[in-house]
Design a protein around this ligand. Structure first.
Ligand SMILES: [Fe+2]
Length: 434
């Protein structure tokens, strides 16, 4: 199941999520004018997080603790030990614990605190992505401001909506380089692939939502081995770990243990946008075909969309991932109804004139937004695809929900306060947007 081969990562010459090319002009946060703010101090003894997540081996409760001992889980009143998945190591003075939770479990507690049980039925799916606070060279987001970086607010709002399942479409960790001297907006922030940064960027602000619903977690291109791969591998990867937490370049697709829709999580983090990279095609083709024998409707969740749409500064229409499009050519099973992605920092909903799955982009969870997203791009051509319905919501942080209706799914893009911004009805692969 686990590929450990070294993958020759091409540098992403063109990547809306990486380059800063599409960031708003105000790349630098506000200058220091007063006292420094600290949102994340040194590790506290009581750091403790817990959640339920889908893995390649079914549902697992996971916990992070700063003691060597794992907390106790209780399933329907029966004590079940959690065992260490990753022990403390360099830059990660935490133990990550895990316990398998059989489907059908009705109640679950970790150290006496309740967690949601595996969902018996999924009628409301909440999707968010691209949630971390960008610190990359001179591109510095105001991590200390809940308006400039609202992931905590989004997680708390989303938790109140009580979804049956949360899907994070990838890119959790954005604090790669230090905040610069004199920048009050990000002063005091940790950076790098270590526990303090993972805590500040994801676990602490996401805690309310981690406790509120079961999660399925997509790997983003920020979580590749040479970026934040250690934290991903220890805490969030769906794969089992050996004695040492070894990051793997390509994680095999797996099915989330829910009945309808049939949901697969894929790792498309390496897929090169600008050119077709032949060496990546066999793996990506095998992943995109994973649902060939699965009952429909199938949803795929993976980080980089095949087709999205944004405009360059000189007005070109862009948004195809060339390698994924080549891998997907005649290769996506007809049972696949929808693809859920992030990567582009906007909300988009696309259906196509040719017979393709609907594509959603939900990269609005907190990191700096991408500009130049049209509100309506019906009829646009993106590579070999022609858009039937194309809708975008730019510069509005938030999340989306997919709610089961009568023969359809109602898809709503919300802002951080749960005000709806756009609503689409998905029937089969087609979208109808209000
Ligand atoms: Fe990304």
């Amino acid at each position: 199941m686990t590929s450990t081969q070294a993958t020759p990562y091409k540098s992403h010459a063109f990547d809306p999520d990486d380059s800063g090319e599409f960031l708003p002009a105000r790349a630098l946060g506000s200058l220091a004018l007063g006292a420094l703010l600290f949102v994340s101090g040194p590790a506290r003894a009581e750091d403790s997080y817990r959640w339920l997540q889908a893995t390649a081996d079914g549902w697992q409760a996971r916990a992070i603790t700063q003691s060597d001992a794992c907390p106790a889980a209780e399933l329907d009143g029966r004590a079940v030990p959690m065992t260490p998945r990753a022990r403390p190591g360099e830059h990660f003075a935490i133990t990550v614990c895990a316990a398998t939770i059989p489907k059908g479990t009705r109640s679950l507690t970790i150290a006496g605190a309740p967690l949601p049980a595996p969902p018996a039925r999924v009628d409301k799916v909440l999707v968010l992505g691209d949630t971390g606070c960008r610190l990359n060279g001179i591109f510095l987001q105001d991590c200390n401001s809940s308006d400039a970086w609202p992931f905590r607010k989004i997680a708390e709002t989303a938790a109140r909506l009580a979804p049956d399942l949360v899907i994070h479409v990838g890119d959790y960790h954005y604090r790669e380089t230090p905040c610069l001297p004199g920048m009050s907006g990000c002063a005091g922030s940790p950076h790098g692939d270590n526990w303090e940064t993972w805590k500040a960027d994801f676990f602490a602000p996401g805690d309310a939502l981690l406790r509120a619903a079961p999660w399925a977690l997509v790997r983003g291109n920020h979580e590749i081995c040479r970026r934040a791969g250690q934290g991903w591998t220890r805490a969030l990867s769906p794969l089992p770990l050996g004695e040492t937490p070894l990051c793997v370049d390509r994680e095999q697709a797996y099915r989330v243990d829910i009945a309808d829709p049939t949901l697969f999580i894929l790792d498309t983090t390496e897929a090169e946008e600008r050119t077709v990279v032949g060496a990546q095609l066999p793996f990506l083709r095998s992943q995109l075909a994973i649902a060939k024998d699965a009952p429909g409707p199938v949803w795929y969740a993976f980080h980089k969309p095949i087709f999205s749409l944004f405009r360059s500064r000189i007005g070109e229409t862009l948004g195809i991932n060339e390698t994924l499009a080549a891998a997907a050519h005649n290769g996506i099973p007809t049972a696949v109804q929808a693809i859920l992605s992030g990567h582009l920092h906007a909300f988009e909903a696309l259906s196509f004139r040719d017979d393709r799955p609907a594509q959603f982009v939900i990269g609005v969870g907190g990191t700096t937004m991408d500009p130049h997203i049209p509100a309506n791009f019906d009829g646009a051509t993106i590579g070999e695809a022609t858009v039937e319905r194309g809708r975008g919501v730019a510069t509005t942080f938030g999340f989306a929900t997919f709610e089961r209706g009568d023969g359809e799914w109602l898809v709503t893009d919300y802002d951080a306060e749960a005000k709806p911004r756009l609503r689409c009805h998905m029937r089969g692969r087609q979208l109808d947007c209000e």
